[in-house]
Design a protein around this ligand. Structure first.
Ligand SMILES: [Zn+2]
Length: 72
């Protein structure tokens, strides 16, 4: 009787490990996506490499916004 009880506990642990390993596979693809370089300073931007036109990093984007606001 005690032997069957131990088998059940081992099966539950095996299922728990399988559930923890699942979600990690979903996030791995996003981080490996290549990023476009900033056209002004060359730093990586938030935009994917497939983005058309000039891509700016957050810093240069902010500076461009400030310059536009002052000259306007
Ligand atoms: Zn930049």
């Amino acid at each position: 009787m005690t032997e069957t009880a131990q088998d059940q506990v081992q099966d539950q642990d095996r299922d728990r490990v399988r559930e923890q390993a699942g979600p990690q596979d979903g996030t791995a693809g996003r981080e490996s996506e290549p990023r476009a370089d900033c056209v002004l300073c060359g730093d990586p931007t938030e935009y994917p490499a497939s983005t058309r036109g000039a891509t700016l990093c957050p810093v240069c984007e902010w500076q461009e916004a400030q310059r536009t606001a002052c000259s306007g």
